[in-house]
Design a protein around this ligand. Structure first.
Ligand SMILES: *Cc1c(COP(=O)(O)O)cnc(C)c1O
Ligand SMILES: [Zn+2]
Length: 444
């Protein structure tokens, strides 16, 4: 039960949330708290602290949660991310839902043995409704937006968010305005436009699009910008990655998780997710999950700051095939770096050719086709093993966050038919004998 009123000593706007009897109590949400000055705010459409402009974070009443009841609720819940409603910031028995989450955690023995890892797992988030992990954050954001009374959904996107907002808005019957850089991958444009929302291509990069949307929020206060004015709620959706990984390991924590970084939100929330499971007593509270970040070298402001042991993240102009991670001025970059430092991980970066090789390596060894962001994760995992940051005996989880069909351009010049033949038996037999011959040479 969401019982006691939130107390705030710091702020004259003390408020009390005493839920009415009819309300659902699915969520233990109590308030928003400023990450910098710890002032408390009512859980509305706010994203920065009005006193210090710090980002706002959702907080819950962990004390009201009993671990055994929660475990039962989770295990009896739907086979989606909504099995963790208690630790999500919405009380709605009917979320805006296309079935995001509860994706498979796959033991990756073949990739593991190539890398020399004995316990490698892939969290396969390519299997989400629109093919990326963004469905997790959008499902939460639009559920919250609807609850707060918004009729219009909007976002600035590097592509996957656009797909997901368009699909979930269609599902919810909401109007949507979606802003993307004009040079996105074709598949991401098509698979957004098909849902019938307003798709605005902006002649600029993601950071330009994001700035435009930040300016727009004050012009159209009745739009829910999923990653601006409802960002604190949106971001919470990423925690479900951590919840699922732990549950799928039998309510055990992994040793090390490798997470791609765009804005850095996902990484900080994966960390928060593990911490919350410890707080509510569902996993061993003494264990620290090491978290490492993965960037593309062509857009690696967080990896650079980490390497230089700098607290300031210098914005960069992105130039990489990993467009879904191409945020030059990452909003949560500092907090992501802090989580990595606190847990004893590292942040590496991989070049475009290494990303392509990462995509192919995962496909070849595990049968999973990922977009460039997943190539970034795999390529960085290779480096983390080589540099000894990832220990060979650790239980390692690599987050594969988007489907390969979204970024076919990235690899189409390096893969294709093995051979092209005439539709005749002897044409094939000739080609086959050559193929056999060349594969024998390879084996030797
Ligand atoms: C957006 C995105 C990420 C990372 O997102 P953050 O902004 O760091 O939370 C990772 N992978 C894919 C495929 C994405 O679309
Ligand atoms: Zn503040």
């Amino acid at each position: 039960m969401l019982g006691k009123p939130a107390q705030c000593e710091l702020n004259e706007k003390t408020w009390c949330q005493c839920p009415s009897d009819e309300e659902d109590h699915l969520s233990a949400l109590i308030e928003l708290v400023c990450k910098e000055c710890s002032r408390h705010f009512k859980p509305e459409a706010l994203h920065v602290c009005e006193f210090c402009f710090g980002p706002l974070e959702v907080s819950y009443d962990y004390e009201q949660i009993s671990s055994s009841t929660l475990k039962e609720e989770i295990q009896n819940g739907p086979n989606t991310m909504w099995r963790y409603s208690k630790l999500l910031p919405v009380s709605d028995s009917l979320p805006v839902d296309l079935g995001a989450g509860f994706t498979p955690l796959i033991r990756a023995d073949r990739l593991g043995s190539q890398l020399g890892l004995s316990h490698l797992y892939i969290k396969d988030d390519t299997r989400n409704p629109t093919g990326s992990f963004k469905d997790r954050v959008v499902s939460v954001a639009l559920t919250k937006a609807r609850q707060l009374g918004f009729k219009v959904a909007a976002c600035a996107s590097t592509g996957n968010l656009a797909n997901s907002v368009a699909a979930h808005a269609a599902r919810a019957g909401m109007e949507a305005y979606i802003f993307i850089p004009y040079d996105l991958e074709k598949a991401k444009v098509v698979t957004t436009a098909v849902y019938g929302s307003n798709l605005i291509a902006v002649k600029g990069n993601y950071d330009d699009v994001n700035r435009l949307c930040a300016e727009l929020t004050s012009e159209v206060p009745d739009w829910a910008f999923v990653n601006v004015n409802v960002r604190p709620y949106y971001a919470e959706g990423s925690k479900t990655l951590a919840f699922e990984v732990a549950e799928q390991l039998g309510f055990n924590l992994p040793d090390h998780v490798v997470v791609p970084i765009a804005s850095g939100s996902q990484l900080t929330k994966v960390d928060k997710g593990f911490e919350e499971l410890k707080k509510v007593g569902l996993v061993n509270s003494n264990k620290v999950v090491r978290i490492s970040g993965a960037q593309a070298t062509g857009c690696s402001p967080v990896a650079q700051a980490f390497r230089q042991n700098d607290d300031f993240i210098r914005p960069v102009k992105p130039d990489t095939i990993a467009k879904s991670l191409a945020i030059g001025n990452p909003a949560d970059g500092y907090y992501a770096m802090e989580a990595v430092r606190n847990t004893g991980g590292s942040i590496e970066s991989a070049s475009d050719p290494e990303i392509v090789e990462g995509i192919k390596l995962l496909a070849r060894t595990e049968g999973i086709f990922t977009e460039t962001a997943g190539g970034v994760t795999v390529a960085n995992l290779v480096k983390l093993v080589e540099s000894g940051v990832v220990d060979k005996d650790e239980v390692v989880v690599a987050l594969i966050t988007g489907h390969g069909l979204k970024t076919v351009e990235a690899i189409e010049s390096s893969v294709g038919p093995t051979v092209t033949i005439e539709p005749k038996l002897n044409s094939f037999m000739e080609a086959y004998s050559e193929l056999e011959f060349s594969s024998e040479i390879e084996v030797e």
